[in-house]
Design a protein around this ligand. Structure first.
Ligand code: SAH
Length: 220
């Protein structure tokens, strides 16, 4: 992957903005300095790809989150180089690409097949090989591959989906926006044995998580 494309300067400016917003984890900043976010948005929106506060439509009624939200959630998940990470809501594949630079392996679940296919093609195109994408209801987690060191949910849940807590290792972190359909708070749940320690990070506005332990939605 090259950082010498036409957007390298814009990407560096985005990372500087993230630092001003309080992101401190150098590994997260490095990953976002390298992953070409412009390739994860429709061509017509590439000019906006490096605005830290802009989410962009990616088709099928879905959006790629603002870089500042990706950075804050990734930092909160405290990903180590040996971690196995689960993401719910592959969308464009950008968050998965960032996680792939930080973790040993990323498993990502998407419910809309065409988005999953496009995300896979983007990751393949960038030579990112440690991401596996599956089309299913991510609110159930990925039981066959559990437990995970960290789980990121990148769609808005009415409440913390119980199966995801069960699929964390002891000491594992779950980061999930919870609240109303229109606005949420990003919750960080850390599993400590049979207990959970919970804190709220910041407000957010995600598309709904649709599934058994999410919102009811129109079948796609
Ligand atoms: N992380 C993405 C953005 C996600 S947008 C990125 O970096 O681009 C939220 C995504 O969650 C959408 O693509 C939506 O289809 C998906 N989604 C919603 N409910 C889901 C569920 N139950 N399981 C898996 N994916 C789901």
């Amino acid at each position: 992957m090259t950082a010498t494309d036409g957007y390298a300067y814009r990407r560096m400016q985005m990372v500087e903005a993230l630092v001003r917003l309080g992101i401190r984890d150098q590994r997260v900043l490095e990953a976002m300095r390298v992953i070409p976010r412009d390739l994860f948005v429709p061509e017509a929106y590439r000019h906006a790809a490096y605005s830290e506060d802009v989410s962009i439509n990616i088709g099928e009624g879905q959006t790629i989150s603002q870089p500042r939200v990706v950075a804050a959630m990734t930092e909160a998940a405290r990903i180590g180089p040996d971690d196995r990470v689960l993401e719910i809501g592959t969308g464009s594949g950008y968050q998965a690409a960032v996680l792939a630079r930080l973790a040993r392996f990323v498993f990502s679940i998407e419910r809309i097949a065409p988005l999953a296919r496009q995300a896979k093609a983007r990751l393949d195109g960038l030579g990112i090989e440690n991401v596996s994408i599956k089309v299913m209801d991510g609110t159930l987690g990925w039981r066959a591959l559990a437990p995970f060191d960290a789980i990121l949910v990148t769609a808005a849940a009415p409440d913390v989906p119980e199966p995801l807590i069960e699929q964390l290792v002891d000491g594992g972190r779950l980061v999930v926006p919870v609240g109303a359909r229109e606005s949420q708070v990003i919750r960080v749940v850390e599993r400590r044995g049979e207990r959970c320690v919970t804190r709220d990070l910041q407000g957010a506005c995600f598309v709904p998580l649709i599934g058994r332990h999410g919102w009811q939605g129109e079948p796609t």
